[in-house]
Ligand binder design. Structure first.
Ligand code: ZN
Length: 391
């Protein structure tokens, strides 16, 4: 078996608190790690590194786990740059703009959609993302939702059925019939390509009873719930997520005390998506309140053509630190181990023996530079499943 020694690591973030400095990041200095097949086989001081067949020199730079982007909407066609420009000129964000993307996505060929996802996954990888979750939700017909998931499934096993993104335009006068479609034939066609089921539980999308029906139907098909919750205003989404044992409640911008307690008590990950607040010029979620209550916080991009078209986890980290008062350490943890928790994955988001060898070399002496040098392309090399993918 070929072993590769990754040496010259000035600072290693392991996210294993039993290693290094005892902090949640498990920081080690002057370190090496050994990669065998797709796994980390050894981590320790550089001077004690075992012999290996191949060598890779990190050049005394910082090495961090690959980012886990646990929330994206990459299967779409077209863009909404004009809507963004209008919003920046003062018009408010409303959920209805999704319909523009639905029309463009339905009109696209499978090849066009596949090329579009490939382009964005590559764009993410160049910014250090090694695992991405991808949702459907711009097809809103049986055929178009199933094909969106089939396309996404070519790129990741973390695929999410979001037929309940908005009510399809054809069902505007009969949302109950649309919920039946989502829970019946659309779910039937989509479930083979999906691991998760999601619903946009928000005014203007689906109410709590409709959302519960969708999640229950998905669960009965073996899918695990996650919920778009409390983005545009206070609402029942977070409570529904805890009631349904969801892996994650995403957005969490408008929470009351009972919501915060419910997330912490039920072990539902609060996934915060600050690139959306940035791109819609909206108030940011209160990360400190969630952390103080003991909730697990993840950061993700929510990359989508409407409310936030950034694929950059480093941007999310910088925003979380500057605008949400997370420490740089908390933000990095949430963008790696937090994302892994939101996807219920123990093999990614960390760099200790047995974890998948997904890591990023930063052109910086410390991970602190991710927030300290916002907008600077610090990612110089990316390894994915034990192989160099970038750099
Ligand atoms: Zn979303």
């Amino acid at each position: 078996m070929t072993a590769t020694l990754v040496g010259g690591i000035g600072e290693l973030v392991t996210n294993d608190p039993t290693l290094g400095d005892g902090s949640p990041l498990g920081l080690l200095r002057d370190t090496a790690l050994v990669v065998e097949r797709d796994r980390v086989a050894w981590v320790g001081p550089a001077r004690a590194a075992p012999a290996a067949d191949l060598q890779f020199d990190a050049g005394d730079r910082a090495v961090i786990p690959g980012f886990v982007d646990s929330h994206s909407h990459l299967v779409f066609a077209g863009d909404r740059a004009e809507e963004f420009a209008a919003r920046m000129a003062g018009q408010p964000y409303e959920a209805g703009g999704i319909r523009t993307t639905v029309a463009a996505t339905r009109a696209a060929t499978d090849e066009q959609l596949t090329a579009q996802v490939a382009r964005h996954v590559d764009e993410m990888r160049r910014q250090g993302t090694t695992t991405v979750e991808i949702k459907s939700g711009y097809g809103l017909t049986v055929v178009d939702e199933a094909r969106a998931l089939a396309v996404a499934h070519q790129f990741t096993e973390e695929t999410t059925y979001l037929g309940a993104h908005v009510v399809a335009p054809e069902y505007a006068d009969d949302p109950a019939a649309y919920v039946e479609l989502v829970c019946g034939p659309m779910l039937e066609a989509s479930a083979p390509y999906a691991r998760w089921v999601d619903v946009f539980c928000e005014r203007g999308a689906f109410d709590v009873d409709q959302a519960r029906t969708v999640l229950q139907a998905g669960k009965a098909k073996g899918l695990i719930p996650r919920v778009h919750a409390n983005q545009l205003g206070p609402g029942p989404g977070v409570q529904l997520a805890s009631e349904m044992g969801a892996a994650s409640a995403d957005h969490c911008t408008f929470l009351d005390d009972a919501d915060v307690t419910a997330l912490a008590d039920a072990g539902v990950v609060a996934t915060l998506l600050p690139a959306v607040e940035f791109s819609t010029r909206s108030p940011y979620p209160d990360a400190r309140r969630l952390l103080a209550a003991g909730a697990t916080v993840a950061l993700a991009t929510d990359c989508n053509p409407g409310s936030g078209y950034s694929s950059s986890m480093p941007l999310c980290i910088a925003l979380a630190v500057r605008e949400m008062r997370m420490t740089p350490a908390e933000a990095l943890w949430s963008a790696t181990a937090g994302g892994a928790a939101a996807l219920r994955r123990a093999d990614i988001g960390r760099l200790s023996v047995g974890s998948r060898a997904d890591f990023v070399v930063l052109d910086a002496p410390s991970y602190l530079h991710l927030a300290y040098r916002p907008g600077v392309p610090l990612v110089t090399a990316v390894w994915q499943a034990g192989r160099p993918a970038i750099g």
